[in-house]
Design a protein around this ligand. Structure first.
Ligand SMILES: [Mn+2]
Length: 312
């Protein structure tokens, strides 16, 4: 069973508007599309809205994010405990801390596949903007803030909330990267899996997905959380998102990626299973005719087994 969890949170990025993302994904037919391929889908509704608040000299809207992530972690934990596969509908990518940390608490050998134009592994000191939405992987890794005072205290609280385990680098995979900040670059290296757009341009989607499978097997991962930021897609295809970067995945590349991931997961000898998914950063305020939510829903349907001939 799939459980949909809406997280209308958009207070730590550059633009507000992705709080409308969960509703846009519903109107794009996420439940119907997944039911059409035989999935049992339950929509748990949305988390509450959290009010913006920034402590003096603190990280912008830190409290709101902590309250949101803490509640999401609780809901995803419950979802996993009843044997469901949660799909967390954002909202900003910072919320992924909630689902990933809940899954990691139950699956010690979890790997995270981060499909995104951005690495989102900034710390408060390395981030050019200071926006929390670019820091979720640094929090999951338990990196230090590099700052003093209230910002350091807030960052320590963040790390504690997503702990006590620290996601290891060799269970972190990036796919579709094309805008990595200078301070992030020393972190986006092996033993993590990295498939940046230039590799996908040169060799294509299939070899990179096969390399991902080899990496998963080598590192002994037995479970997988897929965190899909719609800005991994090319902005011509998915303009409705906060931080667009040209040169992203085409429609066909993205679907091939989803279909190949499904094929890997369905192999009888596959040692890892899909435990949860984020679909984040859909921002209808910046979109045209809900096309970004539509393409995100279609992508999710491919990930869960929709094929052209329907012969999964
Ligand atoms: Mn992201």
């Amino acid at each position: 069973m799939i459980e949909l969890i809406g997280v209308p949170f958009d207070l730590t990025g550059k633009w507000e508007g992705s709080r409308l993302g969960p509703e846009a994904l519903r109107l794009a037919g996420i439940a119907e599309q997944l039911r059409a391929i035989g999935e049992d889908v339950k929509d748990l509704g949305d988390l509450p809205r959290y009010l913006p608040y920034t402590a003096k000299d603190g990280i912008r809207n830190h409290r709101a994010l902590m309250d949101c992530v803490s509640e999401l972690k609780r809901l995803v934990t419950e979802s996993l405990e009843v044997g469901a596969v949660p799909i967390v509908m954002g909202g900003e990518h910072a919320i992924s801390m909630g689902g990933v940390s809940a899954a990691f608490a139950q699956h010690e050998n979890l790997a995270l596949l981060w499909i995104d134009a951005h690495a989102d592994v900034n710390t408060p000191v390395s981030s050019p903007s200071g926006n929390l939405h670019g820091m979720p992987i640094a929090a999951l890794w338990g990196l230090q803030s590099g700052l003093d005072g209230i910002k350091d205290e807030e960052w320590k609280e963040t790390i504690e909330l997503v702990g006590p385990r620290r996601l290891p680098a060799n269970r972190t995979a990036w796919y579709g990267l094309r805008e990595v900040d200078k301070g992030e670059r020393p972190r986006v290296i092996p033993p993590s899996f990295v498939a940046a757009m230039d590799e996908i341009d040169r060799h294509g989607v299939e070899p990179s997905v096969n390399r991902f499978d080899e990496w998963m097997r080598k590192n002994g991962a037995d479970s997988l959380w897929i965190s899909f930021d719609c800005d991994a897609l090319d902005p011509q295809l998915a303009p409705g998102t906060g931080t667009t970067v040209r040169g992203g995945l085409t429609y066909r590349e993205a679907h091939l990626l989803a279909e190949l991931l499904r094929e890997l997961l369905d192999k009888p000898d596959c040692p890892y299973k899909l435990v949860g998914v984020d679909l984040v950063e859909v921002n209808p305020i910046r979109d045209t005719t809900n096309m970004t939510a539509l393409v995100t829903v279609e992508w999710a349907a491919s990930l869960f087994g929709k094929t052209i001939l329907g012969n999964r």
